[in-house]
Design a protein around this ligand. Structure first.
Ligand code: ACM
Length: 674
């Protein structure tokens, strides 16, 4: 090669060297290369046409979605044109992507080129076209009204299963709220929504073969005596399924069995054993009610599954399997005889057998069972079934080694019913704080090191015992679900918390456009404390066993450990003060099974319940003991004056409710110093 050619080649090499672009997109695309060729950027605004091939119905559907959200959420009008457009346009090109990557992109992969021609989305399948449009929508939403920087993105997911689970059994959500959740899931490239439709507290799915499942099982009476409940009609379910499908999301319905079955058993007691007292039906927690194993019950549940399969076209059907209490099976001579007849070891093995009956039934209809990892202990994960691993990452590894496909759904880090931040403004939920950073720090690949390939992906669980409203449900899910989305989509080498947090402001704006309002705390912003006031959320619970951030009739939730209503403040300055404790009574409505015996009660000295304050620790010098008789039993936080005698200096205070019974549940909202 002549020497004089070198400088020219070097210049070519310089121009061609890819420059990584910072794109405000969650989950982060696998590659994004800046294009310096269009310095002023590309102005995609109202009037820019969207172009699809005339016979491409997949692209047309995606173009409709993009056009609709651009109009509704970004105020942009993109006319949809099918014919060839020469100038600036948004083009959908439905064909295999030319990729220099050794790994082909797959059906969810896409290429997005933003350059002088506009935006071109190229993908081999509808899913990829959709995800290309999603990335474009996020770019447009991040800098509204401004030209987009030229960029070339090549992208495909790391994991096949990127899921959320929504509990509509404990508290039900409106269909528009579920649509909004689906909108946001789609915008973060999730592809599975496990819909938890049945539990002890409610049966939410209309099943015409068994009308009492909803006429009876969908309703309960809360501790306040009010009737609560509802269900989704088959027409509503079909609508939600289609709405999700149009956005690349498969709904995985979940019918709980054999445990978490009280609502169904209230409707059809003949499927189980003697009932629970009506007064307990307002309880949270796990009821002992379990389905029986007689052929008539199995047949009824399979009839339910027939109707479920007719409504939900996706391959996976979840049949629960978690937290089944076996006491009723143990006590039943008929069940014991069946265990013997089947040659099984015990009730645990019987549950494995039960799960196998359902999994085989689903498989015979071309479907795949999916169940919680409790079935591992039963030694009974049916072959081909997918395991939802919630107990521990180690359990996930065990299931993977046993050859199962696993979805990592770890409690507590992927359980979105936990508080998202420590402030008092968080909506009610479980007490442990799980921040977006906690989720982002999980390395799903670590459970899969020895068995790579069987980890299907990750899933976040929106349980709703303490999540009462649509707005709270959405605020609990986001922005944590965005962190999870990146674990599911982006390769580990591309992920870093600093980069993710730099994209969170754009995420906050995106959520605001979809009317989701997480607390500032969810984005790491702490709100100013009120001088002299110590909210329960700023205290330690004494044993932190089942700490819950529970709603009171006041403005803020109260953090209380239902196993021990006892709190320790941070060090506070005391000078013979009288402190004010705002305290409320809440219903004690929890099914705790064997744990009920381990509730810590600290007996009062008088007849009624008392508030006790001790110095430094809960065994320290007693500073005060005041009766609580005057506090009404109506969940309204009531101010109680507590003189602390001659206390001086800086000390922690231990405060506890002394009582002889778990009910009522005493909950301190705040401690205020003078
Ligand atoms: C579960 O949390 N019981 C799956």
């Amino acid at each position: 090669m002549p020497a004089k050619r070198w400088p020219a080649l070097a210049a070519v090499a310089l121009i061609a060297a890819p420059v990584r672009a910072e794109v405000p997109v969650i989950p982060l695309p696998q590659t994004a290369e800046a294009d310096a060729g269009v310095p002023g950027g590309i102005a995609l605004g109202s009037g820019t046409p969207i172009m699809v091939q005339a016979d491409d119905t997949d692209a047309a559907g995606v173009a409709d979605w993009l056009g609709d959200i651009a109009h509704q959420r970004l105020g942009l009008h993109f006319p949809r044109k099918v014919q060839q457009v020469q100038g600036l346009a948004i083009r959908f090109v439905h064909k295999p992507v030319d990729s220099t990557d050794a790994k082909p992109l797959g059906g969810e992969g896409y290429r997005l080129d933003i350059d002088a021609r506009g935006a071109t989305i190229t993908a081999p399948a509808r899913a990829g076209l959709f995800y290309g449009a999603v990335t474009l929508a996020q770019l447009l939403a991040a800098t509204p009204g401004q030209p987009l920087a030229a960029v070339h993105i090549t992208d495909a997911p790391h994991y096949a299963w990127r899921g959320l689970m929504l509990d509509s059994a404990r508290h039900m959500q409106s269909v528009p709220a579920i649509e909004r959740l689906i909108d946001l899931m789609a915008l973060h490239k999730f592809n599975r929504l496990q819909w938890h439709l049945t539990d002890d507290q409610g049966w939410r799915l209309q099943i015409p073969a068994f009308p009492r499942l909803t006429s009876v099982g969908a309703w309960r009476v809360g501790p306040d005596g009010k009737r609560y409940g509802g269900f989704y009609t088959q027409a509503q379910v079909r609508h939600v399924v289609a709405y999700a499908a149009a956005r690349g999301i498969t709904i995985v319905p979940e019918i709980e069995m054999p445990g978490h079955a009280l609502a169904a058993l209230r409707a059809y007691p003949e499927w189980g054993f003697a009932g629970v007292p009506a007064s307990a039906q307002a309880d949270w927690g796990v009821f002992p009610s379990i389905f029986g194993v007689e052929p008539v019950t199995l047949k009824a549940l399979q009839t339910v599954l027939d109707e479920v399969m007719a409504l939900f076209p996706g391959r996976e059907i979840a049949t629960g399997g978690d937290e089944a209490l076996h006491d009723q099976w143990r006590a039943s001579p008929a069940v014991q005889a069946r265990i013997k007849a089947l040659g099984l070891r015990d009730e645990t093995a019987l549950q494995g057998w039960f799960a196998g009956q359902m999994a085989r039934y689903l498989a015979a209809h071309g479907r795949q069972a999916i169940g919680w990892d409790d079935l591992l202990a039963a030694g009974g994960i049916p072959e081909g079934a997918v395991v939802l691993s919630w107990h521990s990452p180690q359990g996930a590894t065990t299931a993977l080694k046993a050859g199962h496909d696993v979805v990592l759904a770890t409690d507590p880090v992927f359980y979105f019913d936990h508080r998202q931040a420590p402030g008092r403004d968080e909506p009610p939920g479980r007490g442990t704080v799980i921040t977006p950073a906690d989720i982002y720090a999980v390395d799903p690949g670590s459970v899969d090191a020895a068995t790579s390939g069987h980890l299907l992906g990750v899933q976040g669980q929106i349980w709703t015992e303490y999540v009462r409203s649509d707005a709270q449900m959405l605020a609990m899910a986001w922005p944590r679900a965005a962190a999870l989305a990146e674990l599911g989509w982006t390769t580990p080498a591309r992920r870093d918390w600093t980069g993710f947090s730099a994209r969170l402001p754009a995420e906050a704006q995106l959520l605001a456009r979809w009317q989701v309002q997480p607390t500032p705390g969810a984005f790491g912003v702490t709100t100013a404390a009120v001088a002299g006031e110590v909210p329960s959320q700023a205290m330690q619970t004494c044993s932190n066993r089942i700490a819950l951030n529970l709603p009171t009739a006041g403005e803020h939730p109260a953090l209380v450990d239902i196993m021990d209503r006892c709190w320790v403040t941070p060090p506070v300055a005391l000078d013979a003060p009288t402190i004010t404790v705002r305290i409320a009574t809440l219903p004690f409505n929890y099914q705790l099974a064997a744990d009920a015996k381990t509730i810590t009660l600290r007996p009062p000295v008088g007849n009624g319940d008392e508030l006790v304050v001790r110095q430094d620790t809960c065994d320290g010098p007693e500073l005060a003991r005041v009766p609580l008789d005057a506090v009404p039993h109506d969940a309204v936080p009531t101010a109680v004056s507590v003189p602390l005698g001659a206390a001086t200096g800086t000390h922690k205070l231990c405060l506890f409710a002394a009582s002889r019974s778990p009910a009522p549940l005493w909950a301190i909202e705040t401690v205020t110093l003078p």
